[in-house]
Design a protein around this ligand. Structure first.
Ligand code: PRP
Length: 210
């Protein structure tokens, strides 16, 4: 029997997603042991799981180290990995937004300074509006940039909105909704088609049932 290799994002989202796989018959009980192991397999169900950094999942899948993986739509939009997007798992829901300090007024005659981790998403969004921008690439705590006057707006993920609220900021525009997606390596999809499509349709039914 061929094993299906699945890259899961480390953390709360990954545990939730593993719950879906377990519920549809791809359990691997040792995975919830609290240790530092990174690879877990269950020969009976034919799955091998890897815990990887969420932003790296698509790299493992694109290069074929994993057949399947779970990645946020934000990562897929930002890096456009050469993979198939099979299914919206309907978890990890949030939205990609433009946000600014409360009361911010955009001056369309000036270049807009945009702080973000998601430089490609921001560039594409503003290119679509023919707006000239100056991108400031940051790696975290993006909300600080407008507070310190380093940028006019930010392009970032908003989940509960608490970070914005606590920093006197607000959403200016929603760029796109985000959720976790099941992705597949393109070669694996061909050679493990039966196994992958069985898993995918079970997951799809499970999600539809709510
Ligand atoms: C993300 C995002 C926001 C926050 C939004 O940051 O960049 O800062 O979560 O969530 P909320 O709307 O529920 O407050 P993350 O925690 O990933 O850390 P980061 O600052 O390193 O990006």
């Amino acid at each position: 029997m061929k094993m299906i290799n699945i890259a899961l994002p480390k953390g709360r989202l990954g545990e939730k997603v593993y719950g879906i796989f377990e519920a549809i018959g791809y359990g691997c009980p040792t995975i919830l042991d609290n240790n530092r192991k990174l690879i877990f397999e269950n020969e009976e169900t034919g799955v091998r799981y890897f815990w990887v950094k969420p932003s790296d999942v698509a790299i493992y899948v694109e290069r074929g180290a994993a057949d399947l993986g779970v990645a946020g739509k934000d990562i897929l939009l930002e890096h456009c990995p050469d993979v198939y997007e099979l299914l919206d798992l309907d978890v990890g829901k949030c939205r990609m937004c433009v946000a600014a300090q409360k009361g911010f007024r955009d001056d369309l005659d000036r270049t807009l300074r945009v702080a973000t981790k998601f430089t490609n998403i921001a560039k594409n969004y503003y290119a679509g509006q023919s707006r000239e921008i100056d991108i400031i690439k940051l790696n975290g705590s993006i909300e600080l940039a407008p507070i310190l006057g380093m940028s006019d707006v930010i392009v970032d993920i908003v989940e509960t909105g608490a970070t914005l609220r606590e920093n006197d900021m607000e959403v200016v525009e929603t760029i796109t909704p985000i959720s976790a997606r099941l992705i597949s390596n393109k070669v694996s999809y061909k050679f493990k088609y039966a196994d992958i499509s069985r898993l995918c349709s079970k997951a799809s039914d499970y999600i539809k049932e709510g």
